[in-house]
Ligand binder design. Structure first.
Ligand code: HEM
Length: 404
């Protein structure tokens, strides 16, 4: 089999390529590069467990022209959440508590209100384009509210967010690299103004909290700089919307394409959380991400030189039959249902995982309750995906149902 990871046909349906890679070339060097794709679950876990050898980030650099855009604005494109231990743990300690346990429960009423409003906006129509009318607006409204940013700014935040993720989507041309840098610098400027505003009039939101938070430094606590707050908040904003959108769209597709599933969940909504995990495993929004290589090493017998990059193909690990029996089936009885890699595991495990799960579970419960006789529109769907290397997203999903 010819492997071409950038071919649109591969990106439309990754799974035969993953199967081939797992079986024939589990540590695959992309021809003409120093990049290695790791596709088996256990090998991905090996990389995640050895973070000194495989630190966060890739060994790649942005173009000089793009760097100049940051330099002119006086910005470093730092990534506090993309650092490595021990400092990474200190940054994570400042944000994790918003997205788990009691910290997350505090936001639940507002999430439920937004869900109700989004359903009310289309439920009398008997049809909906699920991605643009629900799966895009819901998570973006939630994270905007949690951060304490004005809802009116969502259109431009969304534009910056799309630019921000572009380098993760596909390799960029030099002029695109510069355009992304310009957009990101614009977003930084906007966030700097928002931070100044929060310092003047504090709220109950995450940005306000970060302006007052203290980071454990080498030997003392110190406040975060604006640059640090900005580059934590941009990660939370981008992470908080794009991937959850993709997950929610895939969830409805899987729900309605698998015979009997909609009826089964309708009869027993307590199965919804297990279903959410299965969709994350089967149609992982983040198909894979990079790690750098800090020293000469090997993975499963393949030598990997220092300075190369490894690409962890989480979505392939999630369909590895050595880990998940009957990997292509939606099974609501897996003992290891939460061991998938959609949020990765280990040091960089997604801080927003429980928020995303909550949004998805509440959404699906509402779907089962409020959209009777839900079905895929037989005429308007082609079930194609946006061609992307790192992410997976259905372009659109037209649904029909019986209005109240
Ligand atoms: C279905 C939804 C989501 C998916 C599939 C997802 C996926 C991921 C993955 C795979 C990583 C690890 C990156 C790596 O390997 O280096 C990650 C990290 C991250 N995610 Fe998510 N995420 C989701 C939702 C969210 C939400 C709702 C937020 C915001 C609240 C968020 C914020 C972040 C941040 C800030 C990181 C960086 C963490 C670090 O490196 O320490 N994500 N996410």
């Amino acid at each position: 089999m010819d492997v071409d990871l950038l071919a649109p046909a591969t990106q439309e349906d990754w799974y035969p390529t993953y199967q081939y890679l797992r079986d024939e070339s589990p540590v695959y060097r992309i021809p003409g590069t120093d990049d290695y794709v790791v596709s088996r679950y256990d090998d991905i876990m090996h990389v995640l467990r050895h973070q000194r050898t495989f630190p966060a980030g890739s060994s790649k650099r942005r173009s000089l022209a793009a760097q100049a855009v940051y330099d002119r604005g006086g910005w470093e494109r730092m990534t506090p959440l993309g650092t490595n231990p021990p400092v990474h743990r200190h940054y994570r300690a400042l944000v994790d508590h918003f997205f788990t346990g009691a910290g997350l429960a505090r936001w639940r009423p507002v999430i439920e209100r937004f869900i109700d409003e989004q359903f009310s906006s289309f439920e009398r129509d008997g049809e909906v384009e699920w991605s643009s009318q629900y799966a895009v607006p819901l998570p973006v409204r939630v994270i905007t509210h949690m951060l304490g940013l004005p809802e009116a700014d969502i259109p431009k935040l969304k534009q910056w967010s799309a630019a921000w993720i572009l380098p993760f989507v596909r390799p960029l041309q030099p002029d695109e690299d510069v355009w992304v840098a310009e957009q990101v610098v614009e977003m930084y400027g906007y966030l700097a103004e928002q931070i100044a505003e929060k310092r003047r009039s504090p709220g109950e939101d995450i940005i306000t909290h970060l302006t007052a938070a203290e980071l454990t430094g080498e030997d003392e606590l110190r406040p975060l700089t604006d640059q640090e707050i900005i580059t934590i908040v941009d990660h939370l904003f981008v992470g908080g919307n794009e991937t959850t959108t993709f997950a929610m769209t895939s969830a409805l597709w899987v729900l309605l394409r698998e015979p009997g599933l909609y009826e089964r969940l309708g009869a027993d909504p307590s199965l919804v959380p297990l279903f959410v995990e299965e969709v994350l495993r089967l149609e992982s929004p983040t198909q894979g991400l990079w790690r750098a290589v800090a020293e000469d090493t090997e993975i499963a017998g393949t030598p990997i030189p220092k300075g190369s990059s490894v690409h962890l193909r989480y979505a392939s690990g999630n369909r590895d039959e050595r880990m998940f029996p009957e990997p292509t089936a939606v099974r609501l009885d897996r003992a290891n249902s939460r061991r998938h890699l959609a949020f990765t595991l280990g040091e960089h495990q997604c801080p927003g995982a429980d928020l995303s799960r909550l949004e998805q579970v509440l959404t699906l419960q509402e779907v089962l309750r409020r959209l009777p006789e839900l079905r895929l529109d037989p005429e308007r769907n082609d079930f194609t995906h946006v061609p992307m290397f790192t992410m997976r997203a259905l372009k659109q999903l037209h649904l029909r149902f019986t209005p109240p």
